[in-house]
Ligand binder design. Structure first.
Ligand SMILES: Cc1cc2nc3c(=O)[nH]c(=O)nc-3n(C[C@H](O)[C@H](O)[C@H](O)COP(=O)(O)OP(=O)(O)OC[C@H]3O[C@@H](n4cnc5c(N)ncnc54)[C@H](O)[C@@H]3O)c2cc1C
Ligand code: FES
Length: 255
């Protein structure tokens, strides 16, 4: 197990199609890392972009095709190589005193949460996963969460699905489901990853009910190691100080 300082080729061992624009790539390499940390993935002579670790042993990445880099990665086949360096940044840090956790993911923000759920369930925490997307077709990893829940004692892992058009799960946004539960004091901690607007709403909500909250923030990244300043936002260098920030600190970068 290790941390890669320089881009290093990792062969693709398997590829799974998750939805119409998202694939999960399992690589033949392992890293020292925790849920919420990210790697920089490089295609030589093309570009390099950050991706959350779905798992570190073996390294697993969920990649949504939204632009030139991710579309090219989607063309890779089993046996091809993706160059990676990392893991970088701060991951989620759940205090041992927190027993009842809400894990809230929007879109490909679900990527680091399955690993976090597995980790926390293994130490006996009770997890509610709230997984949201615009439509049923955009949902990610619901089946993987359901498979995890099926292997556990009933009630250890609850899953709530939301879609903005009501085509699957509850009609609405993840915050519509989180708000009443959090107001009842159902959670000792809230852990979130997704679009900025969603994270801002969750932080506000968590602050209102006094629940500790950690959120993973996205930014445009180049070096990934605190040198170039590309990910600087209101005094925070998100590749070093984040991507996971606690409520008090992340509130200041939410603009
Ligand atoms: C810490 C961190 C972790 C990340 N983890 C993941 C991950 O696990 N999986 C993943 O797929 N991506 C993840 N990303 C985002 C990923 O790095 C970007 O989507 C990347 O820029 C895509 O590169 P590209 O060249 O394909 O598209 P770009 O040219 O960079 O983007 C193309 C266009 O799509 C827009 N865009 C970018 N992302 C989205 C989106 N999700 N939905 C709609 N429009 C979008 C951009 O604003 C731009 O206009 C992460 C980013 C960070 C900072
Ligand atoms: S990506 Fe260069 S400082 Fe964060």
């Amino acid at each position: 197990m290790n941390r890669l300082i320089l881009p290093t080729p990792a062969r693709i061992a398997s590829i799974e199609t998750d939805n119409y624009r998202t694939k999960t790539f399992v690589l033949e390499t392992r890293l020292d890392a925790t849920p919420g940390q990210f790697v920089m993935a490089w295609l030589p002579r093309f570009d390099e972009k950050p991706f959350s670790l779905v798992d570190a042993d073996p390294v697993t990445l969920m990649i949504t095709a939204v632009g030139p880099f991710t579309r090219l990665v989607h063309e890779l086949q089993i046996g091809d190589s993706l160059w990676i360096r990392g893991a970088f940044g701060n991951g989620f840090c759940v205090p041992a005193t927190q027993r009842r956790l809400a894990l809230v993911g929007g879109g490909y923000g679900v990527a680091p949460l399955l690993w976090l759920a597995r980790q926390q369930l293994a130490r006996g925490a009770q997890v509610t996963a709230i997984l949201g997307a615009r439509t049923a077709a955009d949902l990610l990893y619901v089946r993987r969460f359901e498979q995890l829940a099926a292997a556990l004692q009933p009630g250890a892992l609850s899953i709530v699905v939301t879609t903005e058009d009501g085509s699957a799960g509850e009609l609405g946004r993840v915050t519509d489901e989180l708000a009443p539960l959090a107001a009842q004091g159902a959670f000792d901690g809230v852990y979130a990853c997704g679009p900025h607007g969603m994270l801002q709403a969750i932080e506000l909500l968590a602050q209102e009910v006094g629940a500790p909250c950690q959120a993973s923030w996205e930014a445009y990244m180049r070096c990934g190691i605190g040198i170039c300043g590309a990910c600087e936002h209101l005094g925070k260098v998100l590749c070093l100080d984040g991507p996971v920030l606690t409520t008090a600190r992340s509130a200041s970068v939410a603009g």
